[in-house]
Design a binder for this molecule. Structure first.
Ligand SMILES: Cc1cc2nc3c(=O)[nH]c(=O)nc-3n(C[C@H](O)[C@H](O)[C@H](O)COP(=O)(O)O)c2cc1C
Length: 245
């Protein structure tokens, strides 16, 4: 199999890291790969904040709800939706930026964050590092904004932990392909059997790795998507993001 495809299909998050630093040339290669990633309308609306300071990483681990791997691994990269940068361009051209006040603006910025995240993770793994994406920083985005001194019209959407893996973790199984790949049109009838099968598969997986607190996919979704767990609207509004149109 092609090396890149093998790497992508071997994806797994790692949550156990050595303290060994990441050589500068490796970090540079990873960041340069993400800088080359596409952005909507060539907006360049992504900025990365590379956090290596151990006190800052410990603080981010706390902000994210107690995630020790953020403090343990040598590098955390915050991926910022950056409409401050684009606003400077708009202003230079004599106009006023309004994009951050639209659903389209938010969707475009978040898509670009996702692409940057995926690129960072793929590049890092290609260079022998382990990764775990971190959305937990949205538990307290104001604390991240304060820590990173982010300007208006920016938002810390996600981050990624990078480091050399101490203890490898097994790959988490995925839902059946029929729930993911639809031919010509969406096939809702494929979902129930796929969900039933995945609930069983995930329970087996938790048993296999000795996790007694592991939930089925449905129960996890009820916990995560059945409640409003992260109340970020007021912080987003304070930063300048609203949905007027
Ligand atoms: C946008 C995003 C945010 C995530 N946030 C966290 C997080 O805060 N902490 C964590 O441990 N894992 C986080 N994850 C990792 C997911 O839990 C993980 O990708 C998923 O369970 C599948 O496991 P795998 O990555 O090992 O295949 C996040 C993943 C994504 C894509």
């Amino acid at each position: 199999m092609n090396k890149t495809i093998r790497l992508l299909q071997a994806h797994h998050s790692s949550r156990s890291y050595k303290v060994d630093p990441i050589p500068e040339e490796i970090l540079e290669a990873i960041i340069e790969s993400a800088r080359r990633a596409p952005t909507s309308t060539n907006s360049h609306e992504i900025s990365l904040v590379v956090v290596r300071n151990s006190e800052s990483r410990a603080r981010i681990a706390e902000i994210a709800g107690g995630q020790p791997w953020i403090a343990q691994a040598p590098v955390f990269i915050a991926v910022i939706a950056d409409l401050y940068k684009t606003g400077l361009g708009v202003k230079k051209a004599g106009a006023e930026q309004v994009f951050q006040r639209s659903l389209e603006g938010i969707l475009a910025a978040v898509s670009d964050v996702g692409i940057a995240m995926a690129t960072l993770m793929t590049a890092a793994r290609a260079l022998g590092l382990g990764v775990v994406p971190i959305g937990g920083i949205r538990r307290d985005p104001q604390a991240m904004i304060d820590l990173l001194e982010l300007p208006p019209n920016t938002f810390p959407v996600d981050g990624v932990v990078l480091g050399y893996v101490a203890e490898e973790s097994p790959q988490k199984p995925r839902m059946l392909i029929e729930s993911f790949r639809h031919e010509e049109k969406y096939h809702p009838e494929a979902l129930k059997p796929a969900i039933d099968a995945y609930d069983r598969t995930l329970q087996e997986y938790w048993q296999k790795i000795g996790r007694t607190d592991g939930l089925s996919w449905s129960a996890n979704m009820a916990q995560q998507y059945g409640t409003f767990s992260r109340l970020i609207k007021s912080v987003a509004q304070k930063q300048g993001f609203t949905i007027e149109v």
